[in-house]
Structure formats: C-alpha cells, structure tokens
Design a protein around this ligand. Sequence first.
Ligand SMILES: Nc1ncnc2c1ncn2[C@@H]1O[C@H](COP(=O)(O)OP(=O)(O)O)[C@@H](O)[C@H]1O
Ligand SMILES: [Mg+2]
Length: 153
Amino acid sequence: MAYLQLKGIEKFFGEHRAIKGIDLDIQPGEFVVFVGPSGCGKSTLLRLIAGLEHIDGGMLSLEGRDITHLPSSKRDLAMVFQSYALYPHMSVYENMCFALKLAKVDPKIIEDKVQNAARILNLTPYLQRTPKELSGGQRQRVAIGRAIVRAPK
Ligand SMILES: Nc1ncnc2c1ncn2[C@@H]1O[C@H](COP(=O)(O)OP(=O)(O)O)[C@@H](O)[C@H]1O
Ligand SMILES: [Mg+2]
C-alpha cells in the first residue's frame, strides 16, 4: 500500500474543473515533483493534499487512513509556501517555535527542535533576526524550518 495515495482527486472552481482525476501513489522517502505550465493545477493539488482546499471528488489517504475530508490541522502534513508566509514581527526563532508553543510542547524540547532545525538549515547565526533582515534564501529556509520542527508525516 502507498504511504500517500491519491485516487481520482477532483477539484472544481465553479464550473472550471481545475483538477481532473489525479491518481498517484507515493512511498515513504520518495521525492516527487509536479511539473507543468502555469495554471495547470500544481499549487491547487498541493493545497488539496495539505487540506487548504476542499476535495470535490476522489479519495486521499495517508498511511492507509482516509484523510479526504480531514481538516488541515489533523492531517499531520506540513506545507512550505513559495511566498514564505513568515510572521514579520517575530524573530527567526519565534517563527520556528510558534506551532510548538501553540501545541504546548515542553520548552526544553522546543529549544532542542529549533536549534536542530537551525543547524540543518544553516540559520543558527540568524535566530534573533526578523524576516526583513534576511535574504530571500534565508527566509525560504526559515519557512522550511517551521515545517521541520513539527516533524510532520
Ligand atoms: N481560488 C481559486 N478560484 C478560482 N480559480 C482558481 C483558484 N485557484 C486556482 N484557480 C484556477 O485553477 C487553475 C490551477 O491553478 P494553480 O493550481 O494555481 O496552477 P499552477 O500552480 O499549476 O500554476 C488555474 O486555471 C487557476 O486560475
Ligand atoms: Mg502555482
């Protein structure tokens, strides 16, 4: 059985059938890239998987569990946006620990996870800076760090 499985996934925006029945099996550790012309549905498909858009047809399962209509927060998936979506008034450290703080994770564990993600992403020297004091690539890595600390499936 696939780890992440898409079966006949469909999405409509009004009359427009944006996603036309996608079948895809992804195994653990597989690296998958969606390639196609602008407007073909790459972002929409990612948003459907992450739970940011309602799936209009088909089935999505993760580890054998049907998550088609599960809210985003309960899917244990993370999405990193091209446009960062960082909190501008928070430091790099605060941006990365925000989700864990909300989840009331032990502060010691939060510290370990953020430091570990910062090390992997070469962000250790920038933890006290705000996003506007970083380069585009550094900002992108903070966005990745925010996903890493949550250890999503
Ligand atoms: N919120 C929306 N409302 C209406 N149409 C949308 C919306 N989001 C995307 N679309 C349309 O769905 C299609 C796929 O868009 P998108 O997934 O953003 O494409 P890509 O990421 O491959 O460039 C496009 O025709 C786009 O105009
Ligand atoms: Mg896109």
